[in-house]
Design a protein around this ligand. Structure first.
Ligand code: AMP
Ligand code: AMP
Length: 356
């Protein structure tokens, strides 16, 4: 497959490369970044959202589709190839399209690692083998003996997650969520039961640059989740009367700077994950990746997820996060960093090392 993609890439005119992505998730970030680096942009979008990308002025060309899955249609892919498009994958690819192996288009980043991130067990293995601390997992609900968070497979933005502290509480809440139609019986069968870490979430957006051969910390954010982030607005007395189940549906993100003494560990952890990624899938991580953590009161960092691509939270870093500004001395954010890497690679004739 890689050979076929590299052949397509070699047919592209290097002075007329365009950057494209699906119109959702972090497309504003990606497309604006491409324009800031002088590329023409292509947005593959649904009719109902097209006005957003038109309004923000980030797309030079549109390919309108009925459904994001239409990206798999040969005629859409042909249009992209004819327009010299490099696709930048984001969270909506996993959610709406499935395997990136179905796309015969040059993609920025390592496709194999992007497949890994869709499987929790593989992510966990990758984090563990990199030497990072991860929350414990429970193979069955009957073994729950402390606070746990219950999750489901795939990128679904935290919908239907809940907390339990015993097998009885697991089943009581599961049944309630099934009755309310928030989760299905099928979801329950595939539930992933993880130790709940009491602490604060912090998501680190890194970029590995093959051109500069270095890891860069581009931004840090946390998710803003409903209803768990709203519960604190209600007094404990009212909470008790309302019978609320905390849930984790992501609605947005908030920027963070961390205590500076935590940075050495965070950056070392980023490097360890990068180093191990070479063993997972040669040549390892290319471009953006995100480590998602909870930091507890002792300053221990527990990682519960890796994303091997741009995350939506990196949009908090437009036009620059404190970290990217310190590093670059000018506006720099994940979408722009991706485009900068592509531009530098074109200049150095290294594009083949970024494309999979
Ligand atoms: P959407 O088009 O908003 O449904 O997003 C596509 C996929 O990306 C879904 O699986 C979402 O859960 C995920 N996603 C979107 N925005 C965010 C965000 N800000 N943080 C984390 N995940 C997100
Ligand atoms: P995920 O879908 O795995 O990214 O998790 C969604 C949200 O659930 C995170 O943003 C956290 O707020 C919360 N969360 C996930 N795992 C844990 C954990 N092990 N301990 C505490 N909170 C967690």
């Amino acid at each position: 497959m890689r050979d076929r993609i590299l052949r397509i890439l070699s047919s592209y005119r290097k002075d007329d490369i365009r950057i494209g992505t699906i119109g959702s998730h972090s497309a504003l970030n990606i497309l604006r970044g491409a324009k800031d680096e002088g590329f023409e942009t292509v947005c593959i979008c649904r009719e109902r959202e097209r006005f957003v990308y038109e309004n923000f002025g980030v797309a030079d060309h549109f390919i309108t589709v009925e459904d994001f899955r239409d990206l798999l249609n040969e005629n859409v892919q042909k249009k992209l190839r004819e327009r010299n498009v490099i696709l930048i994958p984001h969270g909506s690819y996993n959610a709406y399209i499935g395997s990136l192996y179905n796309l015969e288009i040059p993609i920025f980043g390592n496709r194999v690692l992007m497949e890994w991130e869709t499987l929790r067990e593989k992510q966990r293995e990758w984090l563990l083998e990199s030497g990072l601390k991860v929350p414990k997992t429970y193979p069955s609900p009957e073994e729950i003996n402390g606070p746990v968070i219950v999750k489901y497979p795939g990128a679904r933005g935290g919908s239907g997650y809940y907390i339990a502290s015993s097998p009885e509480e697991f089943w009581r809440k599961a049944n309630e969520l099934v009755n309310r139609g928030i989760i299905s019986q099928e979801d329950l069968k595939n539930a992933h039961i993880q130790q709940y870490i009491i602490g604060v979430p912090a998501y680190f957006s890194f970029f590995y640059s093959p051109v500069r051969e270095r890891i860069e910390l581009i931004a840090i954010d946390r998710r803003y989740e409903s209803n768990v982030d709203g519960i604190g607005r209600i007094t404990a007395k009212d909470q008790n009367e309302m019978n609320i189940i905390p849930t984790y549906t992501v609605v947005g993100n908030i920027p963070i700077v961390v205590r500076e003494s935590l940075l050495s560990r965070i950056m070392e952890d980023g490097m360890k994950v990068y180093e191990h990624s070479k063993k997972v899938a040669e040549p390892g991580m290319v471009g953006p990746f995100c480590l998602e953590s909870i930091i507890d009161e002792k300053g221990e960092i527990y990682y519960f997820e890796i994303s091997a691509r741009i995350v939506a939270g990196s949009t908090v870093g437009i036009p620059a996060s404190p970290y990217s500004y310190v590093l670059f001395g000018e506006n720099m954010y994940m979408g722009r960093r991706i485009a900068l890497e592509i531009r530098l690679a074109i200049e150095k004739d290294m594009l083949g090392e970024l494309i999979f």
